[in-house]
Write a protein that binds this ligand. Structure first.
Ligand SMILES: *Cc1c(COP(=O)(O)O)cnc(C)c1O
Length: 429
């Protein structure tokens, strides 16, 4: 079933470290060789052996309208005929920036970059420049891209591969990153106490999606807001994953907490590489050329990427989120029924179209310690069975599914039946 992919992986390994350009793609934690893809359309992706899958990953979030959406493809194709980059200003950059400020009210000004990693790295530099303080607080199991300051108890691929602290990050950088526990305000309070007047910012995934889906408990985000206010520190919401995904205005809209800075990525590029960070005007105006904090990018605000992004942002409205909610709820309900009827030690966490099926004895995962006790071996078996039945899930227990709005009734039925068969199969192993 995977002959060509196996061969392609051998070839890739000759020239690319680990055969992949991003570690989670290597399928290591699910004990398989990676599948190589050649095309996608709507809710489906096709691999180079010709197998078709319902895609539940959506390129880790960006493809909220599925693969090769006609409007997006058309917009990119028209834009490309006028040249792919100028390294100079275009009006579409302003249109995108304006649109973002309308969708995410806490953002008054926004700077475009080329990835989520760049967005978070730049946001903490800005926070440090603005507050004139050096330390940051992050949460165990949260992932903010691969910037040096963040590769300490990091989620996503780092926890998937068991490498939450990375060699190559110097002690000097690591000591300025303080680690608190997600959903635990007193752990944050303690760090503020021990590092009086030294905390530039608290950065958090307001809905954590990189240790599987973990929602904030009541008052957690609000409590962070208050702690930051009383210590003159900035609150940064990393909404690279949740932005435009859980709601038009991201997690901050749902939880009604307004951060000082927000980082964005994934959906914002409409499938092309884009990130952004924005927030209060007074803070953003510290950036060069207005202010002293330097940050730049040869391809930042690239016209193709801005065109794809704007096309997608313009298509997002409440109907889309209502539709995603209906699709996601049906899948959640079907899978829950399967979990109960097959008597599997598992449960589902869901926020809109972000879903994780946790293999766990506990009935809730609230932080990184809980996540570390998940049954990753069981997930690996589950993943493989689903893949063989034509369902593409994230190749890691520590990631979310990202459903797209083009998943139809047939897809939903297949997702529920396949899940049932996979869970029954696991029982027999
Ligand atoms: C994906 C992600 C990033 C990193 O974005 P890249 O575009 O992969 O660099 C940062 N933060 C969060 C919350 C993410 O999910």
């Amino acid at each position: 079933m995977f002959d060509k992919s196996i061969k392609a992986f051998e070839n890739a390994n000759l020239f690319i470290p680990g055969g992949v350009n991003s570690p989670v793609r290597a399928f290591k934690s699910v004990n398989m060789n990676p599948v190589f893809f050649k095309s996608g359309k709507g809710s489906k992706m096709t691999d180079i052996d010709g197998n078709e899958y319902i895609d539940c990953v959506s390129s880790w979030g960006p493809l909220i309208f599925g693969h090769a959406n006609e409007k997006v493809v058309e917009a990119i194709s028209v834009a490309s005929k006028n040249g792919t980059t100028y390294g100079a200003s275009t009006e579409i950059e302003t249109l995108v920036a304006k649109k973002i400020t309308e969708m995410v009210p806490s953002i008054e000004k926004v700077r475009m970059v080329n990835s989520g990693t760049e967005a978070t790295m730049s946001a903490i530099r800005l926070a440090r420049g603005y507050t004139k303080k050096e330390k940051i607080i992050k949460f165990a199991g949260n992932y903010h891209g691969h910037g040096d300051s963040f590769l300490i108890k990091a989620g996503s691929g780092a926890v998937t591969l068991g490498l939450p602290d990375s060699p190559g990050v110097t002690k000097n950088i690591a000591k300025d990153t303080l680690i608190a526990n997600f959903n635990n305000l007193s752990s944050v309070e303690q760090l503020f106490k021990e590092n009086k007047s030294e905390i530039a910012a608290v950065i958090v995934e307001p809905i954590a999606g990189n240790m599987g889906l973990v929602k904030p408990r009541e008052n957690f985000l609000d409590g962070l807001r208050k702690l930051c206010d009383s210590h003159n520190s900035l609150l940064i919401f990393d909404e690279v994953m949740t932005g435009f995904r859980v709601a038009k205005g991201g997690a901050q809209e749902i939880y009604e907490v307004s951060p000082d800075l927000t980082t964005l990525g994934k959906i914002i590029g409409g499938g092309l590489p884009v990130g952004a960070y924005g927030g209060k005007q007074e803070i953003m105006d510290m950036l060069a050329p207005n202010g002293p904090v330097y940050q730049a990018g040869t391809l930042s605000g690239n016209p193709l990427a801005m065109t794809a992004g704007l096309t997608v942002l313009n298509m997002l409205n409440q109907n889309v989120y209502d539709k995603l909610e209906i699709i996601s709820k049906k899948i959640e309900d079907g899978w829950n029924k399967n979990i109960i009827e097959t008597n599997t030690n598992a449960h589902i966490a869901r926020q809109g179209s972000m879903i994780t099926l946790f293999f766990s004895d506990k009935n809730e995962v609230i932080n990184y310690d809980d996540a570390l006790n998940l049954d990753v071996e069981k997930y690996a078996i589950y993943f493989k069975k689903m893949l063989e039945m034509g369902v593409y899930l994230p190749p890691s227990q520590y990631e979310c599914l990202f459903l797209s709005s083009v998943i139809d009734e047939d897809d939903i039925e297949k997702l529920i039946i396949s899940n049932r068969m996979a869970l029954e199969n696991i029982k027999d192993e």
